[in-house]
Write a protein that binds this ligand. Structure first.
Ligand SMILES: Cc1cc2nc3c(=O)[nH]c(=O)nc-3n(C[C@H](O)[C@H](O)[C@H](O)COP(=O)(O)OP(=O)(O)OC[C@H]3O[C@@H](n4cnc5c(N)ncnc54)[C@H](O)[C@@H]3O)c2cc1C
Length: 482
């Protein structure tokens, strides 16, 4: 199916842009604007419909049929475009809002120019599908007798639940958090993903027959053995939230917080669900240092600015990425270039190659951050390590520090501990090629298996674990019958 002839040659890439910064910092609503219809048509026409679409096979973990939905979006054939998109990405509203668009990194049009604005086109397909009432509950025609428990309702758990339910299994999703969604709800701020988008999907899934049991930590509120024995299979999708800590002196001062509790508290505040006894972590009138330059750090920056921070700094220990691909990072690899974090364009004083040396306090509260610049040089084994640049020390006065230095893995999990699931050398719960743990019938997917990753990878892994569970249960039935 070809698009407008050779539009990629004469139409430059355009994105719909963002709401005005001064205006958007006054509220928590999503900052991205949608495409105007004509701009969308033009941009979708830039898709080259190439013989080997690297976006599909190489870039997208979900293997989305990108040239096909681009061509249909270009013609305004929304129903067919949604059918194509949702055949591989049924929860596409999450990737449309949050994905860094790995597909665009391997788009053939990006080889000699700018890639197609695939994520924004996907976003329009999703919006039109909901607007036209195309996304509706579709319970399975036949219910099977087997029941599957999903432990964790982030994107991996939701993707697994959606697919297993469509195959007819009776699915129950447990989560210790008050509402489903995992990091989509408790972590990612509203200005990247409004929570009514999560609610809308959960309602559809409930209407399709999926049960959600929230406020239940499996391994504490109900025993892991009980869940294992009551269900024919269990899928663990508990995430990877063990935060990397700062080892610098002064870490224990008041006003120094891990990013996740800070972001999740703001999500609960926005949902009027704050525990009245909870100590507030609010950046209003504070001078804030965010340590860490990734998605989580950028979400802290956007949140602190909206809470009314006086000043926000963001320090990243890694060097500033180049603005263009380097020769050693050729197409179709994901380009390691300077970019804004997915969905968060808020500006602060951002510096790279900066290492925090210590935090100073006054009356028990953090008051100053001492840092220096570093250069990355290989150690004896050839591994690059940061080395302090003499005379580069500096200080900033801060009264709040947010630690967003990444996640080291799944950490402790009561479910895994109760069943004594085997772990690998990295401390991750082991799984075999069928995604099964050391316990028969207990599977694992998403960040809990992969390490902290991306929504699109969690969705893809959730989809694949559903296939593995289906194969396992069918195999068991066949063995019992034979
Ligand atoms: C602040 C932040 C911003 C991010 N921004 C982006 C972005 O813009 N784009 C992007 O692609 N990715 C982003 N990511 C990464 C993305 O959110 C994760 O990769 C994704 O959510 C992982 O999904 P998951 O289902 O594996 O786990 P999670 O989303 O972490 O969900 C795990 C769930 O399991 C529950 N759970 C754990 N153990 C138990 C138990 N024993 N009993 C009951 N429930 C349990 C937890 O309560 C949680 O709800 C971001 C991550 C963070 C932290």
């Amino acid at each position: 199916m070809s698009n407008r002839d050779r539009a990629f040659l004469d139409v430059p890439r355009r994105e719909p842009g963002y709401r005005d910064r001064a205006e958007r910092l006054k509220d928590w609503r999503t900052i991205e604007l949608p495409f105007e219809p004509e701009a969308l048509r033009e941009q979708a026409a830039r898709c080259m419909d190439c013989g080997i679409p690297f976006c599909h096979g190489y870039g997208c973990p979900l293997e989305n049929l990108i040239p096909e939905f681009n061509a249909l979006a270009c013609r305004g054939r929304w129903s067919e475009a949604w059918d194509i998109l949702s055949s591989t990405d049924p929860l596409a509203e999450f990737t449309a809002a949050l994905c860094p668009a790995l597909c665009e990194g391997s788009c053939v049009a990006g080889l000699g120019g700018e890639p197609v604005a695939i994520r924004q086109i996907e976003r329009m397909v999703v919006e039109q599908a909901f607007r036209l009432g195309l996304v509706k509950p579709c319970p399975p025609a036949v219910r099977r007798k087997e029941a599957v428990a999903i432990v964790g309702s982030g994107p991996a758990g939701l993707a697994a639940a959606w697919r297993l339910n469509r195959k007819g299994y009776r699915v129950t999703v447990f989560d210790m958090a008050p509402k489903p969604g995992g990091i989509l709800r408790y972590g990612i701020p509203d200005f990247k993903l409004e929570k009514n988008v999560v609610d809308r999907r959960i309602r559809i899934m409930m209407d399709e027959g999926i049960e959600f049991e929230n406020g239940v930590e499996v391994g504490r509120d109900v025993s892991a053995r009980y869940v294992r024995d009551r269900f024919d299979a269990t899928v663990l999708t508990g995430g990877a939230r063990e935060p990397r800590d700062l080892t610098a002196p002064g870490r224990d001062l008041n006003g120094v917080h891990f990013a996740m509790p800070y972001l999740a508290q703001q999500n609960r505040r926005a949902d009027s669900a704050l525990d009245p006894d909870e100590a507030a972590m609010v950046a209003r009138d504070r001078s804030v240092a965010v340590i860490g330059g990734g998605d989580t750090g950028s979400d802290c920056v956007g949140t602190a600015l909206r809470q009314g921070a006086r000043r926000v700094y963001q320090f990243e220990i890694m060097p500033k990425p180049p603005s263009q691909r380097l020769p050693e990072n050729p197409w179709p690899e994901w380009p390691i270039v300077l970019r804004e974090a997915a969905g968060c364009r808020e500006i602060c004083e951002r510096r790279w190659s900066v290492m925090t040396r210590r935090l100073e306090g006054r009356d028990g509260r953090v008051s100053r951050l001492h840092a220096c610049e570093v250069e990355w040089k290989p150690d004896a084994s050839g591994r690059p390590v940061p080395r302090e640049i003499a005379g580069s020390d500096f200080t900033v006065d801060v009264d709040m520090v947010l630690l967003a230095m990444g996640f080291t893995g799944p950490g402790r999990n009561r479910y895994a501990e109760e069943l004594g699931l085997e772990r690998d050398q990295r401390g991750f719960i082991s799984r075999d090629e069928s995604r099964m743990t050391s316990e028969s019938g207990v599977f694992i997917a998403g960040d809990m298996a992969l390490g902290a990753s991306l929504v699109v990878k969690a969705l893809a892994d959730g989809a694949r674990v559903a296939q593995c569970v289906d194969a396992y249960l069918r195999g068991k039935n066949a063995a019992a019958a034979g």
